[in-house]
Each structure stands twice: as C-alpha cells, then as structure tokens.
Design a protein around this ligand. Sequence first.
Ligand code: ZN
Ligand code: ZN
Length: 115
Amino acid sequence: MDESGVRFPVGPQMQSKKFQRRIEDFGCENCGAKVKGNGYTDHCPVCLWGKHVDVNPGDRAAGCGGMMRPVNVFKKDGRYMIEYVCVNCRYKFRVKAAADDNFEAIIKISRKIQK
Ligand SMILES: [Zn+2]
Ligand SMILES: [Zn+2]
C-alpha cells in the first residue's frame, strides 16, 4: 500500500506551549530510511534508532544530536515501550513504540535481551 499521499491536517490552532508538535520529515542516519514525520515521530520506524534531540518530547532542546540506540523493549499497559541509550552522552530515554513501527525490529531487540 502506498501511503505517500497521507497528510495530517495541521493548523495554527494546534500549537500548544506545553507540547510542541513539529511536523518534519527526516532521513534516518542509521539505516537511511526516509521517515515521514507526523509531529510525534521521535525514532525511525524501520530500524527504531532515534536521535538525541529532545529533553522533553518534541522540544528539540537537547543540543546533543547523538544517535539513540534501542537497547530494550518491554510491554507496559499493553503497549510496547522502547528504551534508548544515546551513544554520544549515554543519556537514557524511553518512548512508546509507534503504530507504524517495524514490529520485526521490536521483536529482534526483545530477543537480543533474552539471550
Ligand atoms: Zn532507521
Ligand atoms: Zn546524547
């Protein structure tokens, strides 16, 4: 299925000071996938790697820019959570897995942990 035409409606009324939502597309620096940002995208849905840019989700205030390696996957309230460690500054970070994340990649990480 081609979802390239899917756009999320955005308007100035969606802006909030508490939660900064930014719509941005980015190229994954780990696997090279082109990721279509929806404003909540904080990691690559293909390889699950992220980038250390946020202090709080979406604020882009970290100023580190190191790659965030997915090191752990666990289930919380029926949802997968991914735990990251920044390869640059070793900052630890956990996020909810997104609905369009590559499930195989999630399983791969959880298998690695069990060994
Ligand atoms: Zn990737
Ligand atoms: Zn970092």
